[in-house]
Design a protein around this ligand. Structure first.
Ligand code: HSE
Length: 401
């Protein structure tokens, strides 16, 4: 029998306990031994919960319990999760985590400790919720050079954009709904300002580069400036607004960014709605792959964590190799990237000024709204920024794919 300790009995931690207990019979059959949740760490008590007798409030109880084989970390945030996870690994216990902040900040170090101790540090659920994406990248694509990764990596903002578009509800209402469904982070800005997607693309890019990509180096823009008017313009242009995390390698340089994009309606990512995530991976041999599934929520995310727990049990005494060196990847600034921009300006902006600044633009009109809107010709990010800084009256701008 393998004994598990779960750190954090919130949305994901409770989900992991539920998955392991609900599917106990089939899990035992598949891996050849029973996996038992022995202890749960949380600051709260859970009177009436079927697992209430397993709840402890002090990590030392778990640390000092010699029967624990695998530690599941679902606390979120870097501290104290980092301290507990590192201690568990140093004790020779494998760890499965859903915590993207922890993995993005300390992944390389924790992977190295696990390799040294011949145990495992697995983090499938840290990106894409229930979608298997880390495992395919580290083992299914070992014969490929991964050249780019691009996708919808945040379920909350995708849910919000879908609801704003389909139900016509406001940004705040959509956020409230996402929070009620258990998709959102504790602090809403982590989702809406793109920080969550930023950590996830940092993790995927670190795996693609097999070295440390610091999330602080990634240009990040969220959806907090997206309004119902932007959604209406997108509809008129037969496009969808999606928050994308992207990274790509080009001539020896590595680029990464998170930002909302306008995608054509028939783009495969345009059909990815609600809490679903989708990730395109391009390998130099396999070409394009797309991974799709629920990117947030208790059971989808817990399913990925539980699968990591089972891999830890199945691979007792054997490290599953993950190439992620601590050596830092220097990202190249995205300002040389070339693309078109959708721009909204106040009605008093003259067509001459727009033409003089951006050249031949494509006008877009939203009936009933007194402003100027247009799509620029393809231009470098840096040129757009320089031009926009010299103009007054810009209401919003969104990149086109
Ligand atoms: N808040 C995250 C999201 C949870 O909405 O995608 C899953 O990482």
């Amino acid at each position: 029998m393998a004994n598990v300790a779960v750190l954090g009995y919130g949305t994901i931690g409770a989900g992991v306990v539920k998955v392991l207990q609900t599917n106990e019979a089939v899990i035992t059959k598949r891996i050849g031994e029973k996996v038992e949740v022995k202890r749960i760490l949380d600051l709260r008590d859970f009177p009436g919960d079927p697992n209430e007798d397993k709840v402890v409030h002090d990590y030392a109880v778990i640390e000092n319990d010699p029967d624990i084989d695998v530690v599941v970390e679902c606390m979120g945030g870097v501290n104290p999760a980092y301290k507990f996870v590192k201690a568990a690994l140093l004790q020779g216990r494998s760890v499965a985590t859903s915590n993207k902040e922890l993995v993005a900040s300390h992944g390389a170090e924790l992977i190295a400790i696990a390799a040294e101790k011949e145990i495992n540090f697995l983090f499938e659920a840290s990106v894409g919720g229930g979608i298997p994406i880390i495992r395919p990248m580290i083992s299914g694509l070992s014969a490929d050079e991964i050249e780019s990764v691009r996708g919808i990596l945040n379920g909350t903002t995708n849910y919000m954009l879908t609801r704003m578009e389909e139900a016509g509800i406001s940004f705040d209402e959509a956020l409230r709904e996402a929070q009620e469904k258990g998709y959102a982070e504790l602090h809403p800005e982590a989702d809406v300002d793109g920080y969550d997607a930023c950590r996830k693309i940092a993790i995927l890019t670190s795996i693609a580069c097999e070295a440390q990509v610091d999330y602080e180096d990634i240009y990040t823009e969220g959806i907090s400036r997206i309004t119902t008017e932007d959604i209406s313009y997108a509809r008129i242009m037969k496009k969808k607004i999606k928050l994308l995390g992207s990274s790509w390698k080009e001539d020896g340089h590595v680029f990464a960014m998170v930002a909302p994009f306008l995608l054509d309606e028939d783009h495969p990512l345009s059909g990815v709605n609600d809490v679903f995530n989708a990730i395109f991976v391009h390998g130099n041999m396999v070409s394009d792959l797309m991974f799709y599934g629920k990117g947030a929520g208790s059971l989808p995310t817990a399913s990925a964590v539980a699968n990591d727990v089972l891999d830890c049990v199945k691979n007792k005494g054997r490290n599953i190799k993950i190439c992620w060196d601590p050596e830092k990847v220097e990202l190249t600034d995205c300002s040389d990237s070339v693309r078109r921009f959708f721009v909204r300006m106040t009605a008093d902006t003259s067509d001459e000024a727009i033409g003089a600044s951006f050249g031949q633009v494509e006008k877009v009109e939203l009936p009933g709204l007194d402003e100027k809107a247009f799509i620029t010709p393809a231009m470098k990010e840096a040129d757009y920024t320089r031009t926009a800084e010299q103009l007054e009256g810009i209401i919003n701008r969104i990149r086109l794919d």
